[in-house]
Write a protein that binds this ligand. Structure first.
Ligand code: R5P
Length: 334
């Protein structure tokens, strides 16, 4: 059964239009036009080009890269709220500013909470994201919020490779829960790296807890930014006797020397999703980089939200075809 485009509409900001198009293709509905313009001084103007009064609206926008994508999202939400959309779900595949999610020193900000507040005040009535930096960020929202996991996508990609003796590795203590999810899916053990930072975005040293000798290590993390964490972890795992090292990372920010670092590293393959746009040029310059789409996961979630269906089945989903396709088939059979 298709969603009903006149009453359900999907808009996209400019952060990741290819992903928004893929989501719409999966749902077999159009991407509705949002007019976005920058004034000469850099201020942003957004206006939906169709009317939204009384509609169920979804807005797809990752908030990576400084503040323009975030500001654009807030302005889109304000325009939709003032235009009387009935429900506004923000789909933020990559939720930026999420790494500052608690105070580790006095006088530090908690930007994840600040951004959650801004999104709600701007008009969102539901929030959907993928692999939030910490699961408890869901609680920063007082509206329904769902934290999807890319582990499903990684599992479906890795299983057919029949990787010999796999072991899932978390590159830090904060990622252990995420590593456990993938290890359960791949039916293997978990090892943990303990990382020490000298600066906010520079890792100093790492220690390994667990045995990776003669195994294939599969590192899993939420973000690869400069690649410092992942590359240091891959060196450590190789030193400790891992035969091959893969990386699975939900959000490929790939900033600074990240691609250079990956090209110099011992990784067999670095697998990221398209939660953040990855250019053809980047893909060309890094043959070990694989990009998997989160569109099936997001479209399935949108479908279920609109149909008031359970989302836990998406989180627990293990088989292809996706439940969304399966549900469509069942509908056709009836
Ligand atoms: C930090 O806690 C995150 O989970 C990532 O490990 C980190 O953001 C990766 O950053 P980078 O690639 O710059 O080391």
């Amino acid at each position: 059964m298709r969603l009903h485009p006149p009453s359900v509409v999907i808009f996209s900001g400019s952060s990741n239009i290819p992903l928004a198009r893929q989501i719409c293709d999966h749902l077999d509905m159009p991407l509705s036009p949002m007019y976005i313009e920058h004034f000469s001084d850099g201020e942003i103007y957004c206006r939906p080009e169709i009317h939204v009064r009384g509609k169920e609206v979804f807005v797809v926008q990752s908030t990576n890269g400084g503040s323009d994508n975030l500001m654009e999202l807030l302005i889109m939400l304000d325009s939709l709220k003032r235009a009387s959309a009935e429900k506004i779900t923000v789909v933020v595949p990559y939720f930026g500013y999420s790494r500052q999610d608690r105070k580790t020193k006095s006088r530090e900000p908690i930007t994840a909470k600040l951004v959650a507040n801004l999104i709600q005040i701007a008009g969102a009535t539901r929030f959907i994201s993928i692999d939030l930096h910490a699961g408890q960020i869901q609680g920063f929202f007082d509206i329904p919020s769902d934290n999807l996991t890319a582990a499903l996508i990684f599992k479906n990609y890795l299983l057919p490779k029949n990787i010999p003796k796999p072991i899932v590795v978390s590159p830090d203590m904060g990622g252990v829960a995420r590593a456990k999810i993938l290890s359960k899916m791949l039916n293997c053990e978990v090892a943990i790296c303990q990382k020490n930072r000298i600066q906010k975005d520079k890792v100093d040293s790492m220690h390994l807890i667990g045995d990776v000798k003669d195994k294939t290590a599969i590192l899993i993390d939420d973000i690869v930014s400069t690649g410092g964490t992942m590359c240091l972890a891959s060196e450590l795992l190789t030193q400790k006797g891992a035969k091959e090292v893969y990386a699975c990372v939900a959000h490929g920010l790939l900033v600074g020397d990240c691609i250079k670092n990956i090209n110099k590293s011992a990784f067999k393959e670095v697998i990221v999703t398209n939660s953040v746009t990855i250019s053809e040029e980047t893909l060309e310059s890094c043959k070990r980089l694989t990009v998997l789409s989160v569109a099936p996961l997001i479209s399935e979630t949108i479908y279920r939200v609109c149909m008031n269906m359970s989302l836990s089945e998406v989180f627990e989903q293990t088989n292809e075809p996706t439940l969304f396709e399966d549900h469509q088939l069942r509908q056709q059979e009836i």
